[in-house]
Design a protein around this ligand. Structure first.
Ligand code: GLY
Length: 373
C-alpha cells in the first residue's frame, strides 16, 4: 500500500490523502503550507478533544504563529448554525483572517461543520481534514462536501469546499467505540456493493481481522475505500451525476435517522437503507434472493442493524417524500444491478402507481419487521 493518494480536481492536483499509523507526519505535511506565519484553529468535539487535541496542538504550536482549539458537544445534534456561530465568534475574537487555517479533528460531524465554516468565514479559508472515525476516513473527509442540518432537514445548508489535505492516522481507529466502528463499516460495505465486487468479497473473507482491528487489514480497507472514492469525486466533484451512486441506501437511511430522532448512527441507518434498496433490486429482478440474503448477512456480520423497531413504514415513506419534495417530482433510488454495479430506479411521486408505492412500502417493511403496527 502506498501512503498517499492524490486527488485531482478538473485535472489539477487538489489535495493529498496521507495514510499513517501516527500523527508524526502531520507536522511536515502542514509545513508545506508555509504555516509559520499563520494561525491555526483546531475544531474538534467533546469525544475527540481529550484523546488527540493536545497531541495535535503540541505538534502545530511549534510551527505556526498561534494555535487554538475549539470544541463542541459530540453528536449530530450539534451540526447546526448555532455551533457554526460559536466557531465564527472565536475566529473573529482571535482575529483569524483568510490566510489562516482550520483543522477538522474528529468524525463526520466535525468535518462537515469545520468545512462549512471554512467555506464561509471571510468567503473562504483553508482547512485540513484529520478524520478519526472509520466513517470519516473512508467517506466524509474526502470530496469537499460540507454542511449543517437546518430545522428537520439533514445537510440542507452547505457548500463544496475542498480541503488542503486529508491526514489519516489509522491508529485512531483503535480507540473508536465498537458501535462507531461498526457504523463506519456500513459505508465501507456500500463501496463494495456499488463499485467493487472483489472488495466486497475481501470484506466477507476478513470479518474477524477487520472486527478485531488488525492494522494491516484495516489499512487495506481504508485505502481501498479512498481509491474508490477518488474515482468518483474526480469524475464528478459537484455531484451532478455519478457521485449520486454514493447515496446508495441513504434515501431510506436519512428518513430513518430522522424518524428515530438521531438515536441511530448515520452508518447504522445506511445499513438499514442498504437492505431496503437491495430489496428493491431483488424485487425488480436485478439481483436474486441469495444475493439479497448474503447482503443482509454481511451487514449483520459486522454488527450492523438490518431491522429497526418502533417506527411505522408509512412514517418512513412520508419522511422520504417530504425530503425529496424540494428536489423535483422524482425520487431516484440507487439500486444494485449486481454486486459491484448500480442502476437508477426513478419513481414519480406526484403520480405514483399503486404497484410502485407497494414496492416501496414492502422495502421499508423488510427493515421494520419487528415493528408492532
Ligand atoms: N458522502 C457521499 C459523498 O461524498 O458524495
Amino acid at each position: 500500500m502506498d501512503n498517499i493518494i492524490q486527488i485531482n480536481n478538473e485535472g489539477e492536483h487538489a489535495y493529498d490523502i496521507i495514510f499513517s499509523d501516527s500523527f508524526n507526519l502531520l507536522k511536515s505535511e502542514l509545513e508545506k503550507f508555509n504555516i509559520e506565519k499563520k494561525r491555526i484553529c483546531i475544531v474538534t468535539d467533546s469525544n475527540v478533544a481529550s484523546l488527540y487535541a493536545n497531541e495535535i496542538k503540541s505538534l502545530v504550536d511549534m510551527i505556526c504563529k498561534q494555535c487554538i482549539v475549539v470544541q463542541f458537544n459530540a453528536g449530530e445534534l450539534s451540526k447546526r448554525q448555532e455551533t457554526v456561530n460559536k466557531i465564527y465568534e472565536v475566529l473573529v475574537k482571535k482575529k483569524f483572517d483568510r490566510k489562516d487555517i482550520l483543522i477538522a479533528l474528529g468524525g463526520g460531524v466535525v468535518g462537515d461543520i469545520t468545512g462549512f465554516v471554512a467555506a464561509t468565514y471571510m468567503r473562504g479559508i483553508d482547512y485540513v481534514q484529520v478524520p478519526t472515525t472509520l466513517l470519516s476516513q473512508v467517506d466524509s473527509s474526502i470530496g469537499g462536501k460540507t454542511g449543517i442540518d437546518f430545522k428537520d432537514h439533514k445537510n440542507i445548508i452547505g457548500a463544496f469546499k475542498m480541503p488542503k489535505l486529508v491526514y489519516i492516522n489509522l491508529n485512531t481507529l483503535k480507540t473508536l467505540p465498537e458501535r462507531e466502528f461498526n457504523a463506519g463499516m456500513g459505508e465501507v460495505i456500500k463501496y463494495g456493493l456499488i463499485m467493487a465486487e472483489d472488495f466486497y468479497e475481501y470484506l466477507n473473507k476478513n470479518i474477524a481481522k477487520i472486527r478485531s482491528r488488525d492494522l494491516e487489514t484495516l489499512s487495506n480497507v481504508v485505502y481501498m475505500c479512498c481509491r474508490l472514492k477518488k474515482v468518483i469525486v474526480e469524475d464528478d466533484p459537484y455531484e451532478k451525476n455519478v457521485r449520486k451512486i454514493l447515496n446508495f441506501g441513504h434515501t431510506f437511511g436519512h428518513a430513518i435517522e430522522k424518524c428515530k430522532g438521531f438515536e441511530y448512527l448515520h452508518g447504522e441507518c445506511v445499513s438499514l437503507g442498504i437492505v431496503a434498496a437491495s430489496y428493491i433490486s431483488y424485487k425488480i429482478k436485478q439481483i436474486d434472493s441469495d444475493t439479497f440474503n448474503s447482503i443482509k448477512n454481511t451487514l449483520a456480520s459486522y454488527g450492523l442493524p438490518i431491522a429497526v423497531s418502533g417506527i411505522k413504514a408509512n412514517d418512513i415513506l412520508r419522511e422520504i417524500l417530504n425530503d425529496k419534495k424540494m428536489h423535483s417530482g422524482y425520487i431516484t433510488f440507487i439500486v444494485l444491478k449486481h454486486i459491484g454495479k448500480v442502476n437508477f430506479y426513478k419513481v414519480n411521486f406526484h403520480n405514483m402507481p399503486e404497484d410502485e408505492k407497494e414496492l416501496l412500502i414492502n422495502a421499508i417493511e423488510t427493515i421494520t419487521i419487528e415493528n408492532p403496527q
